[in-house]
Design a protein around this ligand. Sequence first.
Ligand code: CMC
Length: 435
Amino acid sequence: MEADTLTIVDNRTGRKYEIPIEHGAIRAMDLRQITSGPEDLGLLSYDPAFTNTASCKSRITYIDGDRGILRYRGYPIEQLAERSSYLEVAYLLLGGELPTEEQFRAWEYDITHHTFVHENIKKYMDTFHHDAHPMGIFVSTVAALSTFYPEARNIQDPRVRRNQIFRLIAKVPTIAAFSYRHSIGMPYVYPNNELSYAGNLLHMMFRMTEEQYRPDAVVERALDLLFILHADHEQNCSTNAMRGVGSSHVDPYCCVAAAAAALWGPLHGGANEAVLRMLQEIGSVQQVPGFIQRVKRGEVRLMGFGHRIYKSYDPRARIIKEMAHKVFEVTPPSPLLEVALELERIALQEDYFISRKLYPNVDFYSGLIYQAMRFPVDMFPVLFAIPRTVGWLAQWEEMLADPEQKISRPRQIYLGSRERQYVPSREPAKVKSAR
Ligand code: CMC
């Protein structure tokens, strides 16, 4: 009979160890018993960038990167994209089940009634320089919320946690829209609780002098769909930041700010902005082959391509690509769509990309859609952060409830100098005389 164990023979000592395998994994702590002598603290596993290390057990999001499968709480992303709404998905991610009609109404009410921010938040946002990047404003303002809700530090109380979750999901669109209005020197537009989650964001972003701003139905639905697709993605860089920072038991505003900061980088959620700048730089279909050659020579990366987990077409990219065509029927056509389609066409038949399993990811087409919806390029990472807030919060709550979790604290392999004695390498600095 097959045993669920791993037998390890340490050739340094000749000793043999039997290590249990559970859920296709061994516990790294089981390696600690493997020592080469009394001075040895035990065998470590070395895994920079966590390429083969599970940091948690989770029941939220499932990805099969080889087969291009993404599921939230067991539901395929394609079905949620077609039949659900962002707020329903948010409820699902947090609680594990789809809401009944009554539960959904109560949930929608609670989110809708936390959309306003304190007037001092507005003043805080006013202090940013006129050309401050909206993501910088967003990260700082979310962190600043922690000073407005000091009770949020009581993370062990489920009711307190619930209130901060309402506040965060409800206020991130307001902060996002205010950061944009600030950057263009326009007055802030207060939330309209009559509108949907996505419709209200469009209202706060784009309302000018209209008595009643009415979002375009296709654009509103497309934005909601983009929010569904971006809501969670298991243990990515920003979620890992959320869990890592949250493991110190700091309040959720600081955690979300840290996660959003991680998201901003061009290798993560900042890629949608980087894709658009890349498409603008390429400029025309004729320039595409030359750009692909530069990618192959290793001079530049094809932004919006490749993924740590997906080694086939990112299922989110497939949905977004289909949706792009619908959006472009009601918005001005984008000349960059042609460039993107040509890049994808050539890349998918080039050996460089095929052999490395590089396919379009979620960011490849999303930027084009955001641009068609009139969002400025530097708002793209903010548009990623809004829906991902719920994923971060779901993962944060799961971590807090997990009895196996402790403060995150990886080990290191120290390769620096051994102990040495201090010998001054320059004249001691003169003490400045006080006047
Ligand atoms: N363009 C050209 N070559 C690439 C690319 C790319 N976009 N991505 C990976 N490669 C090459 C890389 O140079 C390496 O080649 P070699 O084996 O010859 O050294 C090989 O593919 C493996 O790449 P890697 O960097 O080891 O892969 P990774 O898993 O560490 O990186 C990634 C994943 C997403 C950071 C990377 O693919 C990348 O930089 N892509 C562009 C940025 C991007 O679109 N990011 C958005 C990710 S999806 C949204 C999100 O969830 O954040």
